[in-house]
Design a protein around this ligand. Structure first.
Ligand SMILES: C[S@@+](CC[C@H](N)C(=O)[O-])C[C@H]1O[C@@H](n2cnc3c(N)ncnc32)[C@H](O)[C@@H]1O
Ligand code: SF4
Length: 397
């Protein structure tokens, strides 16, 4: 099976200007891994390589497995109308971009659905003008009407979520969503040709669950004509009652914080996946040539595919470096490290600068606490997507 480290260079040698921007980020992540500091007084901004902007909690879909709006999503008991009044203004975001730009972190815009943030277009444009690599993760349903502008404004990468061929995708993400997303991707692709631009890179991201794993090859086949640059298969974030309970206890005791977000991934969509079958499907996907590279996150030893879904207590990655080189800015201005679990707040950009918060006492306490844990991770980190991307591979996996 082709490994991620063999397909990434294939992608970026085609887009040289983007690869330069990306490699700066990778270099700082490597520094953070080699020389992690949790001591007070170190300027962690030096290794800042990736900043997530969760622009809005609102979403126009209700994907079943989603930790925000899915079956078990935290937003379902929330107050979306109230929340949308707390959004960070374009002006404040621009000041934060000015503060971050000299460090050249990769920018990752997401949500909720980021196209529902009213000032997405001017914000992304400003980020591009500041020389940043601007990527976005979107459900793609609102892409078509913005395609011309996105290409003209020079966005770097678009990650569009699609979870299966039409029927399967729509069962997970809502009726009619497949066709809207395909129209959006086609529109961006057409604009790239028309405007003679190489970017944005277009990638599909697929979360693998028990609802779609037998259908992902059909999806891959359907993408052949779409001029994609990449297709990412995310094996998914899952948890169970005992992990949630252990995580809650730990976070209360060590960081004096609640932890409501992990429970949202206690969905059961990992259950009854035939690991051997899935392994063969993934192997076949990686062997075929769809005209674009395929990435799997995380790459697993084939024999461990079943473990990933059936034994959630077994760690597959550890020593995640996110607190040393990344941060997430939540829609209300709160900064936190773990994108999917905004429980432990480091500070708020409506009150302080990004740098003060990132180098502050709460951030350092988090770094110190996670570093002291066995394997450098909290109980709830076991299948976290960021740990799967930025953790260390455990021997045997
Ligand atoms: C929460 S969404 C936000 C952005 C946008 N609304 C979208 O759907 O792309 C971010 C990503 O998380 C993925 N996702 C949803 N539920 C997940 C789960 N249980 N495990 C892993 N990823 C999940 C989505 O498919 C999407 O690619
Ligand atoms: S579109 Fe994204 S945020 Fe909205 S429900 Fe689906 S996965 Fe969640």
């Amino acid at each position: 099976m082709k490994q991620n480290n063999t397909v990434i260079p294939m992608l970026f040698t085609k887009k040289l200007s983007l690869s330069v921007k990306m490699s700066q980020g990778f270099f700082r992540m490597a520094c953070a891994r080699l020389f992690p500091r949790h001591g007070y007084g170190f300027n962690h901004m030096k290794n800042l390589s990736l900043v997530y902007f969760k622009l809005t909690p609102l979403c126009n879909l209700r994907c079943v497995m989603c930790g925000q709006w899915g079956d078990n999503g935290v937003m379902k008991n929330g107050h979306p109308a109230e929340d949308s009044k707390k959004l960070v203004s374009l002006e404040r975001y621009k000041e934060i971009v000015d503060e971050l730009a000299p460090r050249k972190p990769v920018i990752y815009l997401w949500g909720g659905e980021p196209f529902l943030y009213p000032d997405l277009i001017p914000l992304a444009k400003y980020m591009v003008e500041k020389g940043l690599f601007v990527s976005i993760n979107t459900n793609g349903t609102l892409l078509e009407q913005h395609a011309e502008q996105i290409v003209r404004d020079g966005w770097s990468a678009i990650f569009v979520s699609l979870d299966g061929f039409e029927e399967t995708n729509d069962a997970m993400r809502g009726k009619g969503s497949y066709q809207r997303v395909i129209r959006g991707i086609e529109a961006v692709s057409r604009e790239k040709k028309k405007q003679k631009r190489k970017h944005p890179i277009i990638s599909i991201v697929t979360v693998v669950t028990n609802m779609n794993y037998l259908d992902i090859e059909n999806l891959a086949e359907a993408t052949r004509g779409l001029n994609l640059d990449l297709h990412v298969f995310n094996l998914g974030t899952y948890t169970n009652d005992s992990i949630v309970a252990a995580h809650r206890r730990f976070m209360k005791e060590k960081l004096n914080t609640g932890s409501d977000c992990l429970e949202a991934y206690n969905t059961g969509y990992n259950k009854n996946i035939d690991g051997e079958k899935l392994h063969h499907i993934l192997k076949s996907l990686h062997k075929k040539n769809y005209g674009h590279p395929i990435l799997t996150v995380p790459v697993l030893n084939p024999e461990k595919t079943n473990t990933y879904y059936a034994n959630l207590e077994e760690a597959v990655r550890n020593r995640c470096i996110v607190p040393w080189c990344q941060a997430n800015i939540n829609y209300n201005g709160d900064i936190h490290f773990c994108a999917d679990y905004p429980d432990y707040i480091l500070g708020n950009i409506k009150e302080s600068s990004f740098t003060e918060i990132y180098n502050g006492d709460r951030a350092n306490l988090f770094r110190k606490t996670i570093n002291a844990c066995p394997g450098g991770m909290f109980p709830g980190c076991l299948r976290c997507y960021q740990n799967m991307l930025f953790g260390e591979k455990i021997r045997g996996f």
